[in-house]
Each structure stands twice: as structure tokens, then as C-alpha cells.
Design a binder for this molecule. Sequence first.
Ligand code: HNI
Length: 147
Amino acid sequence: MVEWSPAERKVIADVWGKINPDEVGHQALVRMFVVYPWTQRYFGTFGNLSNVAAITGNPKVAEHGKTVLGALDKAVKHMDDIKGIYAKLSKLHCEKLNVDPDNFKLLADCLTIVVALKFGNAFTPEVQATWQKFLCVVVAALSSRYF
Ligand code: HNI
């Protein structure tokens, strides 16, 4: 089981309390589709993802960004059992969506960049260390069904 110190719990609560999930989710997903274009292959029903403007303006991308951040919100609320609450989601991504689990880390990195850009200097090395630990636990939980 992952241990979280009171200080780490406070960092995650503070970061989470300051971000706009709709905005961050959308921006992270846009980055993933632009920076790692092969990730688009899983989203055949999303329509036009042919360039940055199309991706940014695609309502399904914005909607899915909210969905992803909604799942992260559940992880923030269940820090002591992220693996348990993500069991079904891992099964979905693995068995139904066949998403290569390497891509989870890519989206996590895009999320970190979006958060860092929002926070600027407040995204200190200590804050980043805790934020990255949180996303590592999320990625491991999403990947748990694969191995
Ligand atoms: Ni992911 C659907 C959460 C990473 C491809 N994804 C979901 C849903 C949630 C979700 C929640 C909706 C499930 C449902 O409908 O019951 N995805 C997450 C989270 C991460 C993540 C929290 C990582 C932080 N997903 C990824 C990645 C890919 C991905 C990296 C592919 C590159 N996800 C999908 C696809 C769907 C999806 C595809 C279905 C979308 C649709 O509506 O067709």
C-alpha cells in the first residue's frame, strides 16, 4: 500500500483545489494528441483530430478531458486505495480499449506540464515531487490489469 505523509496529502489537496478540471483536462488531452499523435488511434469516434486547431476545438476532446479529470478527482479523494478504485478502469483500458499502458505515462506528463504552466514558480521541486508520486500511483493503478 502506498504511504502518504500529512505534508504530501496537503500538497495534493492544495494543487487539486487550485486547478480547473475542465481546463486542465482539456489542455492535457490536447497536448497528448499533438505531442504524441499515435495516441489518437484509440479515439476513432472523436472525429477531426487532424491538426492543433481541430483538436483544440473538438468538443469530444474537451468532454473527455473532463472525464479523465473526474477519474483523477476520485483518486484524490481515495489516496489510500487508488489501485482499488481504478480496478474497473484498468480492466476497461486493458481489455476493451486495448490502450498501450505506456501511454498512461504520456498523458500524466502532459498533465504535469499543464499544471506547472498554471502554477509557475509555485510548482516548486517539492510540490512536483509529490505531484509526480501521485501520478505514478495513478499510472500504476491504471496499468495494474495488464501485468
Ligand atoms: Ni482513458 C475512457 C480515464 C488515460 C484512452 N478514460 C476513459 C474513461 C475514463 C478514463 C474515466 C471513461 C470510462 C468509461 O466510459 O467508463 N484515461 C483515464 C485516466 C487516464 C486515462 C484517468 C490517465 C491519467 N485513456 C488514457 C490514455 C488513453 C486512453 C493514455 C489512450 C492513449 N480512455 C481512452 C479511450 C476511452 C477512455 C479510447 C474511451 C473514450 C470514448 O468515449 O470512446
